[in-house]
Design a protein around this ligand. Structure first.
Ligand code: ADP
Ligand code: GN1
Ligand code: MG
Length: 364
């Protein structure tokens, strides 16, 4: 049995209603916030995998409210998918804890949840082809569509003002003014870049777009693609599902699916917005969301990519200046590297804005 020094990974899996013998759990995935593990159980001679996650409660301040959202959203999706083929692989399924709650709180105050493992599907940190971008976007659009009639009450805001770009900008300005770690001197060009883009930050908020139930973290690696069909089978990572703008989701797809480079790539010459990927995203997203999006939303599809890329760049930069307290980092300057890729991508989008808008027009 493997003991993890950070958490008791022998005790936690047994707190869920999972039959069989717990074998071991290993860190899984490449997320920046929560701790994700793949837990293996022996069930009558068959090895069965589960996803086990510790919710980062210094970022998600109210894990119980968060789990209430996740329960409501997954139940609604499961109800809608009903008897469709592969329904059980098309929505995350929570495994209840021994006390029948959707989470387990350990003796150190850590909140844990378990999901059935979706087999024969995987996530990609970058889109490998326009077809993958199409399928991912279609799945995220379908996710929004299925949640459009989620019954009241409004979902909890698990992180208030999560995509309020002007507030993210203001926080950067505060961080630079305080410069508590004496790091601003290392990021002058990036700070200047952000300041030059101040006017962009309020465009979506002032565009009068409708509030919807949105995912808010639609990185390409938050949708599982089926190994056999390549289709987007299941949208995952539901911690930030809450009221938002549809374009927050589309924008994050542009940020993470149009560039071939990793989010923390140090060779910036590899970072670029590829038009064929963007076109595939537009077509995939409109295939599922086109029926409910307003004209104003459709007109801002291209801009949303620039905005969300700028916003996440601002967040990485802020975290670098504040001392890497939010995103997990694995090397010195990691958040600054991430910021640089985002800002390089913003530039690449700016260079191709007209072509992007023409593509959107032709897809409508
Ligand atoms: P994080 O917040 O750390 O990004 P995710 O919920 O996105 O956490 O999970 C991390 C990775 O684990 C995903 O990218 C995916 O590859 C995998 N994963 C998550 N949930 C499941 C699941 N139910 N079945 C199979 N793999 C999963
Ligand atoms: C975080 O948890 P993860 O790695 O899927 C972050 C997103 C950022 C993303 C950047 C709750 O997502 O907002 O876009 O990193 N999640 C939270 O890669 O802040
Ligand atoms: Mg994730």
């Amino acid at each position: 049995m493997i003991m993890n020094l950070k958490h008791d990974l022998c005790a936690v899996p047994r707190q869920f209603q999972i039959c069989g013998e717990f074998l071991h759990a290993e860190p899984y995935g490449s997320g920046h916030i929560n701790d994700t593990y793949c837990a293996l159980f022996d069930q009558a001679g068959t090895q069965v995998r589960y996803i086990l996650q510790r919710i980062n409660h210094s970022i998600f301040k109210n894990p119980v409210a968060l789990m209430e959202n996740v329960q409501r959203v997954t139940a609604h999706l499961a109800g809608k998918l009903g008897e469709t083929p592969d329904a059980s692989r098309s929505v995350l399924t929570l495994v209840p804890a021994r006390d029948d709650r959707a989470w387990h709180c350990d003796e150190n105050g850590n909140y844990w949840r378990a999901y059935l493992f979706i087999e024969k599907a995987r996530t990609y940190d970058a889109a490998q082809s326009p077809q993958q971008a199409f399928e991912a976007a279609k799945a995220f659009g379908q996710f929004q569509k299925l949640l459009a009639d989620l019954p009241a009450p409004r979902l909890h805001e698990t992180i208030p003002d999560f995509h309020h770009t002007p507030k993210r900008f203001a926080r950067l300005e505060q961080a630079v003014a305080a410069d508590a770690m004496n790091r601003a001197r290392l990021a002058r060009p990036e700070i200047e870049f952000a300041l030059r883009h101040r006017a962009d930050t309020s465009v979506l908020i002032e565009a009068g777009l409708p509030e919807r139930v949105t995912h808010n973290d639609t990185k390409i690696n938050n949708v599982m693609l089926d190994d056999q069909t390549g289709q987007g089978i299941c949208v995952i990572d539901l911690d930030t599902v809450m009221p938002g703008l549809a374009l927050y989701d589309f924008g994050d797809m542009v940020r993470t699916a149009t560039s071939p480079a990793k989010e923390d790539e140090q060779d910036l010459s590899k970072v670029r917005m590829q038009l064929p990927m963007f076109e595939a995203l537009v077509r995939g997203y409109l295939a599922s969301a086109g029926s409910f999006l307003t004209t104003a939303e459709k007109q801002h599809l291209g801009f949303s990519g620039k905005l969300i890329t700028l916003e996440i760049g601002i967040r990485f930069l802020t975290d670098f200046i504040e001392g890497d307290t939010y995103f997990k980092v694995h090397r010195d300057g990691h958040n600054l590297d991430r910021c640089r890729t985002q800002f390089r991508l913003v530039e690449s989008i700016e260079q191709q804005e007209d072509a992007m808008n023409r593509l959107v027009e032709s897809a409508l």
